[in-house]
Design a protein around this ligand. Structure first.
Ligand code: FE2
Length: 264
């Protein structure tokens, strides 16, 4: 485990740690309150009520502290600060999956829905489709994705999946375009075609692995890893409240060269 594994696989999981466990114990009731607030439900419920997206909804500080609770600490945090310096977290996403995900509610095309079911809506963060033509540009250069489960579930309860090693393929694909463009213009460079081709390449060449973790554990995803969410399994076990995970996705300082080439 550690940097070599992250470089090779594009994700790592950290074993149970009491500091993460304490953080979860403190945060979980606040998160539960947030996801049951009708205002938040109206704003964030997607896919026929089977996903609460909750982006940047937890009002934590840059160290992960919430309402006098503990800062995030432990081996995972030491690993992150070793790579990126002092923690500078964004507000966590509180993502909750419910039985039946992804239910079809007509809010996306049938093709997009099929992709969600068959390919787990696989994507690389930070390349949101833009405009009616869904062209893709870099818009949120994250440093990493840190996932912290807030409830205990079985493996079938819509876990994250990662195409292992996909960050190498994605990086090479983006470099094939961006190496010819001054970095100041990267943000306005259309990456749609190369991204679609690279994604297909990842499906063919990379094993899809399930990231299944429990409270006290956490997982770290490389910023260029292709990942998605598995549909809810018919025999999934999760608490009434749903499969609730806190995700931190802090943006870097806007240095796109670091985002693409970085030191890992
Ligand atoms: Fe994502």
């Amino acid at each position: 485990m550690g940097l070599a594994a992250m470089q090779r696989r594009g994700w790592i999981i950290f074993s149970h740690n009491s500091a993460i466990g304490d953080w979860v114990e403190h945060v979980q009731p606040y998160a539960a309150q947030i996801i049951s607030d009708p205002k938040n439900i109206a704003a964030w419920l997607r896919h026929g009520g089977t996903w609460f997206a909750g982006v940047n909804i937890l009002p934590n500080d840059r160290l992960g502290r919430l309402e006098g609770g503990p800062a995030l600490s432990g081996p995972a945090i030491n690993f992150i600060t070793g790579l990126h310096g002092k923690l500078a977290l964004d507000y966590a996403q509180i993502s909750v999956m419910y039985p039946g995900y992804p239910a079809y509610d007509g809010s996306e095309s049938e093709a997009a829905h099929r992709y969600r079911e068959i390919r787990c809506a696989a994507h690389v963060d930070g390349l949101r489709p833009d405009g009616p033509d869904r062209r893709r540009y870099i818009y949120e250069p994250h440093q990493f994705v840190l996932g912290i489960p807030l409830v205990q579930t079985s493996e079938q309860a819509s876990p994250m999946v990662v195409w292992e090693g996909s960050h190498h393929i994605i990086r090479e694909a983006f470099r094939s375009v961006l190496n010819k463009v001054p970095v100041a213009d990267w943000g306005t460079t259309d990456l749609t075609d190369v991204y679609h081709a690279a994604r297909k390449d990842c499906f063919e060449r990379c094993p899809r692995v399930t990231v299944w973790a429990q409270p006290g554990q956490c997982y770290l995803l490389h910023r260029l890893s292709l990942h998605g969410i598995l549909p809810w399994g018919c025999d999934a076990i999760a608490p009434e409240i749903g499969r609730m995970v806190a995700y931190f996705r802090p943006e870097n300082d806007g240095n796109l060269d670091n985002w693409l080439n970085g030191n890992y």
